[in-house]
Design a protein around this ligand. Structure first.
Ligand code: COA
Length: 259
């Protein structure tokens, strides 16, 4: 598939999605959002893709937010529709059956921080900055930021960031648990790829079910323990559980088929 606003590449089963509007700090306009949505559909549907990385082009920004020029003059109904579209795309990332890692290579503000938080986990380069500055614009986050920031860093810290529009640097993000690692810009993608290479050796159906069960913690329509229980049971219907348990007992490395 060809895209106007993102770059994609597939190497060793890892699909890298690079938001590509560096002259506008990779701000999320309608075209970028559509491309992200289509690229995530590829992650779901292309069997050659085992995992994905989302990052930003250039050295300054991951994504500096939704494109503010598209906000001007919106009605209440249009504002809600925009948020719904963004929330749906970010839910699709969060609920993807394969790991999606955010590599935050610079500013991750507003919708950029929300995009990062919809990924399964995040790494940051040492120049990264995170924030939800929407109150500066008379707005609040609309793509899940009030919810996911609170889930990831706790209510007190999230409230301070949401209400003050303050930015935090990569080390504070690490301390808050918003990112798992801080690296140099040069090392960022390699670090993510090395983690994903480890995950790629694990049973794919089990990996997928771990994502769904962990996400269920934050989904009030689901009972997370019930999701875990059903998923645990369903694993016994896979060839991979036979391979994984046999390999352990035979003291050899398991080779999983993903079924
Ligand atoms: N929407 C639209 N355009 C944006 C943007 C956004 N969220 N963020 C940056 N840009 C554009 C700037 O308007 C500028 O465009 P121009 O060169 O045509 O004037 C270009 O990107 C470069 O940004 P600039 O502000 O000149 O870079 P900087 O290094 O001085 O500052 C930021 C970087 C990220 C601090 C600053 O751009 C900023 O505050 N952006 C908005 C962040 C925000 O409020 N996001 C939440 C949106 S809901």
């Amino acid at each position: 598939m060809s895209y106007q606003n993102i770059l994609t590449s597939l190497e060793n089963g890892i699909f890298t999605i690079t938001i590509n509007r560096p002259d506008k700090m990779n701000a999320l306009n309608a075209g970028v959002m559509q491309d992200i949505s289509d690229a995530v559909d590829e992650v779901y549907n292309n069997a050659d893709i085992k995992a994905a990385i989302i990052t930003g082009a250039g050295t300054k920004a991951f994504v500096a937010g939704a494109d503010i020029s598209e906000f001007h003059g919106l009605t209440v109904a249009q504002g809600k529709a925009l948020a719904k579209k963004g929330q749906d795309i970010f839910f699709k990332i969060e609920n993807a059956p394969k790991p999606i890692v955010g590599c935050i290579n610079g500013f991750a503000l507003g919708g950029g921080c929300e995009l990062a938080m919809s990924c399964h986990f995040r790494l940051a380069s040492d120049n990264a900055k995170f924030g939800q500055p929407e109150v500066n614009l008379g707005l609040i986050p609309g793509y899940g930021g009030t919810q996911r920031l609170t889930q990831l860093i706790g209510k007190g810290r999230a409230m301070e960031l949401l209400l003050s529009a303050a930015m935090i640097d990569a080390n504070a993000a690490l301390q808050y648990g918003l990112v798992n690692y801080v690296t140099t810009q040069e090392e960022l993608l390699n670090k993510a790829k090395s983690i994903l290479a480890v995950i790629a050796t694990k049973a794919p159906v089990a990996v997928s079910k771990c994502i769904a069960a962990a996400n269920a913690v934050f989904d009030e329509t689901k009972n997370g323990y019930a999701v875990e229980l059903d998923s645990f049971g369903e694993c016994f219907g896979t060839e991979d559980v036979k391979e994984g348990t046999s390999a352990f007992l035979e003291k050899r490395k398991a080779i999983f088929k993903g079924r």
